[in-house]
Design a protein around this ligand. Sequence first.
Ligand code: PLP
Length: 460
Amino acid sequence: MNHLPSRNKSWPERADAASFYGFTDLPSVHARGAVVLSHGEGPYVLDTDGRRWLDANSGLWNMVAGFDHPGLREAAQAQYARFPGYHALFGRMSDQTVALAERMAELAPFDGGRVFFTNSGSEANDTLIKMLWFLARAEGRPERRKILTRVNAYHGVTLGAASMTGKPYIEQFGLPLPGFLHLTCPHFWREGRERETEADFTARLARELEEVIAREGADTIAAFVAEPVMGAGGVIPPSEGYFQAVQPILKRHGIPFIADEVICGFGRTGTLWGSEGYGFVPDALIASKAMTAGYFPMGAVVLGPDLGDRLTAAAESAEEFPHGFTASGHPVGCAIALKAIDVILNEGLLENVVRLTPRFEAGMATLAGTYPQIGEVRGRGLMGALEVVADRDSKTPYPPELAVSERVANACMDHGLICRPLGQAIVLCPPFILTDAQMDEMFARLDQALAEVFAELPAG
Ligand SMILES: *Cc1c(COP(=O)(O)O)cnc(C)c1O
């Protein structure tokens, strides 16, 4: 029960009093107050006091069509008026759910895909794990349960997805669950050894995969799951030839290769799927984020033909696949996703990602040329990161207590720009609708923030 009438408090105070914050740097929010937003215009968001920021993170990678797309709002309103909610279980589902499953199967990088809807990317990853475990038992191989992912991978926060995630904070929950194994992160700049070439590095990671399979036993491994470009781990494209090295090994051992396309899917890297850009076809894929342009919470598992057929057979013999969420395949979410996919593919958004990429890369390269504190610039399409270091040659990071990337993110906020710190990297992943002028504005604001913060830091 609240004892103080909320009208005596500011929005940030009300946020503080009533919220338990997730993924929030509490010292920053205590010092600065929460930002309470009320609306958006194109790629900008506005708070309850009318302050305005260019959101260089597209909300959380997902608001790719901006914050006030009329077509998406109309699609939502029309579907709410027509049929405002239903599940997709017990042999019943909305027409929109069918239409979206068809559309996603059509766009998938393989023929004959089958789609299962969830409400988030995490749930899609947990669903995938349960599918693989269900399949293993149905096929008389109950020991085939282990899941291989990579250090720095981000796959979500539910128990399975968090266990797949390769970030140190999962230990704060006593995770991963048993049988979740993390391979070396394919980040050559950080993980490459002295005098090792990028090709040698890739070969070493492929050998590691072989060794782990030999040690664990191929028949104990249910899948290898990878983001085409790691997102929340700090925007890490794989080393040269990585997927071409890894996929044949997995094939040889009969281990499904699953692409977590939650960030890369629907155009972020300049192709419809990240896997497409890296020249491989996964056995299944996970989608979410841009799938509804962020206008509805939704995720999906898209099974390739082999897994789809085997799972169908397994479910037939058990009479059902006992899994599903109340709002799986929500008709409003599906209507919005159909529209969002149409907007991305047919209103020039994907083309704009491709068109803007050189300007994006040039903007990041200019900052790296200006500031010796930027140790690496990396990315693909409209996802990029600037890695901040105390010393460029030795790649030494600043001590964590200086909270450098938090300071950069806070300084950006002061200059009207939202961008997110991740480890010691600054992540940029603007909406696909950005104009050239807005991109230049993004870099100008970031430049001001960097100049301010770097001037305060001890020399490297
Ligand atoms: C965000 C993300 C998830 C989790 O999605 P939620 O909707 O936040 O549960 C899973 N995988 C990847 C690659 C992501 O970026």
